[in-house]
Ligand binder design. Structure first.
Ligand SMILES: C[S@@+](CC[C@H](N)C(=O)[O-])C[C@H]1O[C@@H](n2cnc3c(N)ncnc32)[C@H](O)[C@@H]1O
Length: 465
C-alpha cells in the first residue's frame, strides 16, 4: 500500500473512532478478563458470575472467548460488560482475574503455544512441537510495561523458566512491578498460602524468575549495564516476603535495602559492555514516548558484533510502541476525558516511530537464539507500522521466516483477518462495529485492533528451502 493510501486508511479509522456514542457502544460493550491460574477456576467463575449478576442483572456474563481457549494450558478469556469497574470487583481485588484485552492475549499465545500455528501448505498436520511447553525457556519481553503480557508469559511458561522484561519508561515499569507484585508475589492475591512450609512456598513461588530492566530496548544486550538498570527481581522480592512474613508497605529503609540488593544482584551478572555505555542519565529525565531516536542501527550493529558472551533468548516478544490507533478503549477514554490529550504519534513524527519499531524488532531478533521464536505486535492497524516493519526484518536476515498463525474459524470471525504478509494476523474490530451485542455474540468477542507476526530464526544447520 502506498503511503498516501495508508494515510487515508488511518484517517478513515480515526473518523470511525471519533463518531458518536451510537457507533462506539457497539464495539466497546465488552471488556475482557483472564483468570489467574493459581486460583481454583470454578471458584473464580462462581465469584465473577455472582458479581456480574449483582451489577448487571444479566446472566449471560461472563462470556467465554471461544477463539482463544486452551484448557490444557489454563488459557481462558471472558468478556464482561465494558462499563463494569474492575477496581471495585472482589474477583479483581483478590487477584483472581487480570483485566487484559483478548487480542493482547493472542500475542502471548502465539509466542508460547504452537497450537495456533498453521502449516504453510494448509494441511492439518501440526509442525514440530518438540520445543513447545516441555522445557524451561528464557523469554525476553522487550517493551514490557505495564506488564500484562509479561504476567501472562509468566503464567504460561514451564517451571524454572526465566523472564526478562525491558522498558524505557521508569514510570510504566513501576506499574509493572505493582502488577507482578500483586499476581506473582503477594500472598493474599497470588493464590499462595503463607501458612505452608516456607520452603514449599519458596519452591512454588520460584517457578519463574522475573527480572525487570529499565533501559532502551533498541540497545539492550541481555545483561545489566550502565544503560539498563535492574529494577526488579522476583526471587529477591520473594526472599523479602518470606523474611518479613505478610507484606507491609515498604518503609524507607526497606526500600533502600531492596535497592542495595538489586544493585548487588546486577553487579554479579556478567557485563562485558559496561564500559561502552554512558547513557544511564537518559532515563532520569524520562520522556514517555520519545527517546534516543538518534541512535543509528550501524552503531548498534558494531557494538553487538563485538559481543562474545551475549545472553540469548528462546522466545522474544516485541510488543512495540505504536500509534495505538487500534486501541479502541484507550481512545474512547481519551475522548470522554475532559482533558483531551494530544495523540503522542501523529503524521508528522510517524517516520520517527517506524524507525524506532525497526530498531526494536532488530534488537529483539539479535537477542533471539537460533531456532527461537519472536512475536512482533502492535495495537495499530497501520501497514507501515506492521507489515512494512516485519518485511524490513525478513529482508535484512536470510535466516528469518514467518511462522503462519491463525485463531478460530475466520469465516465466522470476520474481525480476525490474514495480514498483508500471509501467516500474520490482523484483528480488526471495526468490521463488526455495527452489530448489536445479541445479534452475534462472536462478533462482540473481538477485542481491540491489533496486529501480530510470528517469526522464526533458522538454526545454522537448517536448510534454506
Ligand atoms: C504497547 S506498550 C507495551 C505494553 C506491554 N507489552 C503490556 O502488555 O503491558 C509499548 C511500551 O514500549 C515502551 N517503549 C517505547 N520505546 C522503547 C524503547 N526504546 N525501549 C524499550 N521500551 C520502549 C513504552 O514505554 C511502552 O511501555
Amino acid at each position: 500500500m502506498e503511503a498516501g493510501q495508508e494515510k487515508t486508511q488511518l484517517v478513515h479509522i480515526q473518523q470511525q473512532q471519533h463518531q458518536g456514542n451510537s457507533d462506539s457502544t457497539a464495539f466497546s460493550s465488552l471488556r475482557f478478563v483472564r483468570f489467574n491460574p493459581r486460583f481454583d477456576r470454578q471458584e473464580t467463575l462462581d465469584l465473577l458470575q455472582s458479581e456480574l449478576k449483582a451489577a448487571h442483572q444479566d446472566c449471560r456474563f461472563p462470556i467465554q472467548v471461544p477463539w482463544l481457549l486452551s484448557p490444557k494450558h489454563q488459557l481462558e478469556f471472558f468478556g464482561i460488560p465494558a462499563d463494569i469497574s474492575l477496581n471495585k470487583m472482589s474477583s479483581f481485588q483478590l487477584g483472581r482475574v487480570y483485566g487484559m484485552d483478548v487480542t493482547s492475549g493472542a500475542a502471548v499465545a502465539a509466542l508460547l503455544l504452537d497450537i495456533y500455528d498453521q502449516n504453510t501448505d494448509g494441511s492439518d498436520e501440526k509442525p514440530d512441537q518438540s520445543r513447545s511447553q516441555k522445557e524451561s525457556l528464557r523469554v525476553l519481553d522487550l517493551c514490557c510495561a505495564p506488564g500484562l503480557k509479561l504476567c501472562m508469559i509468566a503464567d504460561l511458561v514451564h517451571s524454572n523458566s526465566s523472564l526478562v522484561g525491558v522498558d524505557v519508561s521508569k514510570q510504566r515499569l513501576s506499574l509493572c512491578k505493582n502488577i507482578i507484585q500483586k499476581y506473582h508475589i503477594d500472598n493474599t492475591t497470588s493464590g499462595m498460602n503463607l501458612s505452608e512450609n516456607a520452603e514449599e512456598v519458596k519452591a512454588r513461588k520460584r517457578r519463574v524468575n522475573i527480572q525487570l530492566y529499565c533501559g532502551d530496548g533498541t540497545t539492550y544486550n541481555g545483561e545489566q549495564s550502565a544503560a539498563s538498570e535492574l529494577v526488579f527481581d522476583s526471587t529477591s522480592a520473594i526472599e523479602e516476603l518470606l523474611t518479613r512474613g505478610k507484606r507491609k508497605r515498604m518503609n524507607k529503609s526497606a526500600r533502600a535495602r531492596e535497592k542495595r540488593r538489586l544493585l548487588e544482584l546486577g553487579s554479579k551478572l556478567p557485563n562485558p559492555h559496561n564500559a561502552s555505555s554512558n547513557k544511564s542519565n537518559v532515563y532520569e529525565t524520562e520522556q514517555l514516548f520519545h527517546f534516543e531516536s538518534n541512535i543509528q542501527i550501524d552503531s548498534v550493529d558494531e557494538k553487538l558484533a563485538t559481543a562474545t558472551t551475549q545472553t540469548l533468548f528462546d522466545r522474544v516478544l516485541v510488543d512495540a510502541e505504536c500509534s495505538s490507533d487500534g486501541a479502541i478503549r484507550h481512545i474512547q477514554k481519551r475522548q470522554s476525558s475532559t482533558v483531551l490529550k494530544e495523540a503522542a504519534w501523529t503524521d508528522s513524527n510517524l517516520d520517527e516511530l517506524i524507525d524506532l519499531q525497526k530498531r526494536l524488532i532488530d534488537s529483539g531478533y539479535r537477542l533471539l537464539e537460533s531456532g527461537g521464536i519472536l512475536v512482533y505486535s502492535t495495537c495499530s492497524l497501520s501497514k507501515r507500522q506492521n507489515e512494512e516493519v516485519v518485511n524490513w526484518l525478513l529482508n535484512k536476515y536470510n535466516e528469518s521466516f514467518i511462522i503462519p498463525v491463525s485463531f478460530g474459524d475466520s469465516s465466522e470471525l470476520e474481525f480476525i483477518q490474514v495480514g498483508g504478509i500471509p501467516g500474520t494476523v490482523r484483528f480488526n474490530p471495526f468490521v463488526s462495529r455495527d452489530e448489536p451485542i445479541n445479534s452475534n455474540e462472536h462478533s462482540m468477542l473481538a477485542g481491540g485492533g491489533f496486529f501480530l507476526a510470528k517469526l522464526g530464526k533458522m538454526r545454522r544447520n537448517d536448510s534454506l528451502d
